[in-house]
Design a protein around this ligand. Structure first.
Ligand code: S3P
Length: 182
């Protein structure tokens, strides 16, 4: 699947719990559709000159959350880019409003067991670092689920699908939702 021309002029905003594959899928979309990717976590890390864990430790979570909000507002000037959010970005109502101004919000989901397997060996997620077990992850996912679902224009279940299948499903659903709007 090769595509050089932009299929749409809005942004694709990927949301979902940690480990649902936002970064991986953004990179695949970038390769297939030649779309630029804004990896929010990475951009904030670069600007602050420290890791997410260090930002949490040094300035606290609120500071990081404010940086996310400011970045989303800034990104409204961009068109046809993939914005890969941090797992907590859609928890603030204002962030969801900002995402929707020029973006289609795509929620990636996965089973808690899948998430646990993906995150268990990494140490760059301060929200779960001290509680990296299946029951904590399951609980936090359930707690966040209503907010994720309320924010989503499109929901993609990722379990048992490969990256290409997930990207095709995203594009199909995005185009179908655009057709339904016109
Ligand atoms: C967070 C998820 C992380 C990162 C930060 C907080 C969260 O992003 O933004 O550690 O609250 O869920 P990923 O979903 O990319 O791991």
């Amino acid at each position: 699947m090769e595509q050089s021309k932009a299929l749409f002029d809005f942004n694709l905003v990927l949301i979902g719990f940690m480990g649902t594959g936002k970064t991986t899928i953004s990179n695949t979309l970038q390769h297939i559709f030649a779309m630029d990717v804004i990896e929010m976590d990475q951009m904030i890390e670069e600007r602050e000159g420290m890791s997410i864990s260090e930002i949490f430790e040094t300035y606290g979570e609120q500071y990081f959350r404010d940086a996310e909000t400011n970045l989303l507002i800034e990104m409204q000037e961009r068109k046809n880019v993939v914005i890969s959010c941090g797992g907590g970005t859609p928890l603030r109502e204002v962030n969801v409003a900002e995402m929707k101004k020029n973006g289609k919000v795509i929620l990636l989901t996965a089973e808690p067991e899948t998430i646990f397997e993906r995150v268990k060996d990494s140490h760059d997620r301060p929200v779960i670092e001290k509680n990296k077990n299946l029951s904590f992850i399951t609980e936090l996912m359930e707690e966040r689920r209503p907010k994720y679902e309320a924010a989503a224009d499109i929901i993609i279940h990722t379990d048992h699908k490969n990256e290409d299948q997930i990207c095709e499903e995203i594009i199909e659903k995005v185009l179908a939702s655009e057709e339904a709007r016109h």
